[in-house]
Design a protein. Structure first.
Length: 253
């Protein structure tokens, strides 16, 4: 079986000095590709340097994370554009996040609008981060109909997925949360077609059961796949094949 982790942060300081061992464990588990979302100028160079050292297994994105957006977001975009000549699989992770407050709500929407236009202009998919902002996010997408991308760490309802599907070509990213007891994501996964699901870890965050509470990593993707298979009453092999093909199609791999 071959899996793709469509969202993990291997350049996070949690893995400092352990990147080689992390990749080895992932490959041993059947995870042959790991997509690296961009965050901001503080982390971007480290991420691209890591990708350059492991081009066969790591693929980069380019974007400004909503939690890094403030009054100076345009300056951050200018720094981001310093990497615009680099080949990337997506613009991400971008989006809206009101979990810590709405002080920069206006700026987050402006930065998202700009980046969605940039993605469309460069024929790239988007990798979307959303927390506590689904209504506003859908409003933004109504101004940008026809996008293609995935909702990283999907936390919305099935009804929201249907609305997304009316607005563009959307997949949902399913990670460790699907293994949590009483997770509402489980019912969403039952209903969303497998052809619209990609797998992810968001490592080092959102570790699946039975390792919840520890640092997450890409080698746990088979655990997530097994839970998806259980929810859908199909084989893990089918989950691996379909979600891998989904990721290849979406990200042009």
């Amino acid at each position: 079986m071959f899996f793709i982790d469509t969202h993990c942060h291997l350049s996070d300081e949690a893995f400092s000095g352990e990147e080689e061992a992390y990749i080895d464990r992932a490959l041993e588990a059947g995870v042959g590709l790991m997509l690296q979302p961009d965050v901001d100028s503080k982390e971007r160079k480290a991420m691209f340097d890591l990708v350059d050292r492991h081009p066969d297994v790591l693929r980069p994105m380019l974007g400004l994370y909503p939690g890094s957006v403030d009054a100076n977001w345009k300056e951050e975009i200018d720094r981001m554009l310093g990497y615009s000549s680099r080949p990337v699989v997506a613009i991400g992770e971008i989006g809206l996040d009101y979990h810590e407050g709405r002080e920069f709500e206006k700026e987050q929407k402006e930065a998202l609008d700009w980046q969605l236009d940039y993605a469309a202009g460069h024929d790239l998919p988007v990798n979307i981060h959303m927390r506590d902002a689904m209504g506003d996010l859908l409003d933004v997408f109504r101004r940008h109909k026809g996008l293609r991308g995935n909702m990283h760490a999907y936390s919305g309802s099935y009804e929201s997925f249907l609305e997304l599907s009316r607005l563009g070509d959307w997949y949902i990213g399913v990670g460790g949360v699907v293994t949590f007891k009483n997770a509402s994501l489980a019912e969403v996964v039952r209903k969303v077609p497998l052809e619209r699901i990609v797998l992810e870890t968001d490592a080092p965050y959102l570790t699946p059961v039975p390792f919840r509470g520890r640092r997450n990593e890409s080698s746990y993707i088979p655990i997530i796949a097994a839970r998806v298979a259980e929810l859908k009453g199909i084989s893990v092999e089918e989950v691996a094949e379909t979600t891998t093909n989904n990721a290849k199609t979406l990200f042009g791999i």
